[in-house]
Design a protein around this ligand. Sequence first.
Ligand SMILES: [Zn+2]
Length: 370
Amino acid sequence: MENGLKVRDIAGWLETWAPKALAESYDNVGLLVGHPGDEVTRVLVSLDCTEEVVKEAEEAGCQMIVSHHPVIFGGLKRLQGASDVERTVMRAVRSNIALYAIHTNLDNVLTGVNHQLAKLVGCVPDSLHILRPMGAGLEKWSVFVPEAHAEAVRVAMADAGAGAIGRYDGCSFSSKGVGSFRALEGAQPHVGTPGELHREAETKLEMVVPSTLASEVERAMLAAHPYEEVAFDRLALQQERSDVGAGMVGTLAQPMPWEAFSDHVKEVLGCQAIKHTAPVHANVQRIAVCGGSGSFLIGDAKRAKADVYITSDIKYHEYFQAEGRLQLLDVGHYESEWQTSSLIASKINEKFPNFAVRLSGIRTNPVSFR
Ligand SMILES: [Zn+2]
């Protein structure tokens, strides 16, 4: 077992994967209840955080619950136990259980909810792309480093998340030149004599940096850089990021008759029923997905030339948007997302291999069929 792990260690690790800044503006993610400095020996992972799930955490000796859906979503003005949300929060506080939510920030990362869903329904992992890439939040940094230290700075920045482009990391460009500076009174220059103009062979190191990781990258860069005053430029880029955004599209290894594909989806997601529009092709191969409520991406799925779009919470009038161009499959909100718990659990164990992470045994789906 890992010793001395704190709530903030688990939260910090999850946020390097799904930074909070990637959450939608209406969302409420991160640590919702509890103290970041509290010790944790066991974590319970669940899709939803209900009073029953808190009870399960108490019985299993878990001091933290990580859920996909945030229990506090709209804001709470009082805690009287009048609703399930109030009772859940009150019970967690009384039992010293921290509540943490990793919601739309996990929807928006390349290896998050939709990647898992797309793989589960049979898409080839290498074929997967974000359906609606995020348009902002990428910067290009140029850092001027004395030649001998350029590699150390490059490695430090890359370790902090700079230089990641799509399925590549460690991307950088370097060019050589000469920097000049004169150290003034009180300065302690790494090279050169105070009061005299010094010229130094320097490398201009260029890397992309997601804005969400800017402070981590800056800290790492400054720590590895030998200069007292570091010269660096940050430019905001206009291009889309291929590694973050909503939904996902990919292809099946082989085309499948749409009936067989629907049956397969039903089975792997555990659906009792699927609501769908008319098929467009007898065989389907290009599949778009969005876990949870994904009607907002129907247009993107059509533009991506998907044969099928798998999501949930489609309203009556939204089904008409298929327009004979793709087939909509509404698999149910819970059915499209329950597998997120095991994704989160394995991510925690990737960093803390011996740490006790437990998957909730409670089926929180409030919807039944008969
Ligand atoms: Zn959801």
